[in-house]
Design a protein around this ligand. Structure first.
Ligand SMILES: *Cc1c(COP(=O)(O)O)cnc(C)c1O
Length: 379
């Protein structure tokens, strides 16, 4: 089945008891047993819920995996992956990491005796050099936030496969429409469902997709034991969102291209980070592993002054200043004072997050209106 058909149909069969075409919201915490231990596959709402089951099947299908697992947030899904590890284990991770993931790794799990090594994964040789007999997980994020660097998943999978090290990819920025890490050799795909999969800025949720039965069982054990599972109402909203994922992504991509190209020609704009440009440092890798280049980008204002960025952000009318991304509405952020404010300035600038850098999550409005908004704000 092709992607659009899967987005509309995968995981969702009409409800057998009523014929309802949409999976109902099974708002229940428990299920009747006809005799002790005799039930229809559902015992307790933390362990299983039919609305969640439908969503988990749909997400697995979209990522070309066998098993999907949903969590109460993207962070809860990452938390579950790290709980596969033991004290003394080492994790190699991208240095250009979502701030919340960095915080979870260093502030929560480092004190439990797990060691995290952060390397620049644009060059897979840096991963090869960091592997030791204690390496138990490689954590990739691509495209990265907010500088839109691309990591070659297939090249890293070649390094981990031979050594039987699980490879996990945070696929939030790309969505399964643009990139399927399992097809490229990854063992675990992670999503902040909050972003493109939900797509309407009305749900916080996370998900994992895996192929391996044993790994799925271990993760389901953690999911149920730790209990960070989403409610049925949220699962319903994401099931609804998924049905238009391909349509939304098409428009995110075409609007993204129009705006990136317009920004690159603007006399007041410095650098535009968007993987669709031929002179983007990892364009060849992006072209190989992604189907298109998406609507996420970042750019600087010439002169790179923070006050110019603040003035610009205050002048936009359609683009809304907010954390998060991937919704139908266009959002923008100032990483230096928002997501990356906790980094020391020098380290921040070294990683490409300069004072005037602005991140855009281009929505699905009309590109002409979005460009008009950016034009008047730059003016
Ligand atoms: C938002 C985000 C997360 C965290 O997800 P939540 O749903 O906010 O918990 C993780 N990784 C990336 C790349 C994100 O953008």
């Amino acid at each position: 089945m092709k992607f659009s058909t899967k987005a509309v149909h995968a995981g969702v069969d009409p409800d057998p008891s009523t014929g309802a075409i949409m999976t109902p919201i099974f708002q229940t915490s428990t299920y009747v047993q006809s005799a002790p231990g005799e039930h229809q596959g559902y015992e307790y709402g933390r362990t299983h819920n039919p609305t969640r089951t439908a969503l988990q099947h749909a997400l697995a299908a979209l990522e070309n995996g066998k098993h999907g697992l949903c969590f109460a947030s993207g962070m809860a899904s990452i938390d579950a992956v790290v709980k596969l590890l033991n004290p003394g284990d080492e994790v190699i991770s991208t240095n250009d990491l979502y701030g919340g993931t960095y915080r979870l790794f260093t502030k929560i799990f480092e004190p439990y005796g797990i060691k995290f090594i952060f390397v620049n994964m644009e060059d897979p040789a840096n991963v090869a050099a960091a592997i030791t007999p204690r390496t138990s997980l490689v954590w990739v994020e691509t495209p990265t936030n907010p500088t839109l660097r691309i990591v070659d998943i297939e090249a890293i999978a070649k390094l981990t496969k031979g050594k039987a090290i699980p490879l996990a990819v945070d696929n939030t920025f790309a969505s399964p429409y643009l990139q399927n890490p399992i097809d490229l050799g990854a063992d675990i795909v992670m999503h902040s469902v909050t972003k493109f999969l939900g797509g309407h800025s009305d749900v916080v949720m996370g998900a994992l997709v895996v192929n391996d039965d044993d790994l799925a069982e271990r993760l389901a054990f953690i999911q149920n034991s730790c209990g960070a599972t989403p409610g049925p109402q949220d699962c319903f909203l994401v099931l609804r969102g998924l049905k238009t994922l391909h349509l939304r992504m098409e428009r995110h991509c075409s609007n993204g291209r129009a705006i990136a190209e317009w920004l690159a020609k603007h006399p007041k704009v410095g650098k535009v980070n968007w993987p669709g440009f031929e002179d983007h440092g990892n364009h060849d890798v992006a072209k190989r592993q992604m189907r298109d280049f998406g609507g996420m980008m970042s750019f600087t204002i010439k002169g790179d002054k923070q006050e110019d960025a603040i003035k610009f952000l205050g002048s936009c009318k359609l683009f809304t200043l907010a954390e998060s991304l991937g919704g139908v509405e266009s959002l923008m952020g100032h990483p230096a004072s928002m997501t990356h404010a906790s980094l020391p300035r020098e380290a921040r600038i070294l990683s490409g997050v300069t004072d005037s850098l602005i991140r855009l999550s281009v929505g699905v409005e009309d590109a002409e209106d979005l460009i008009e908004d950016l034009a008047q704000a730059l003016g």
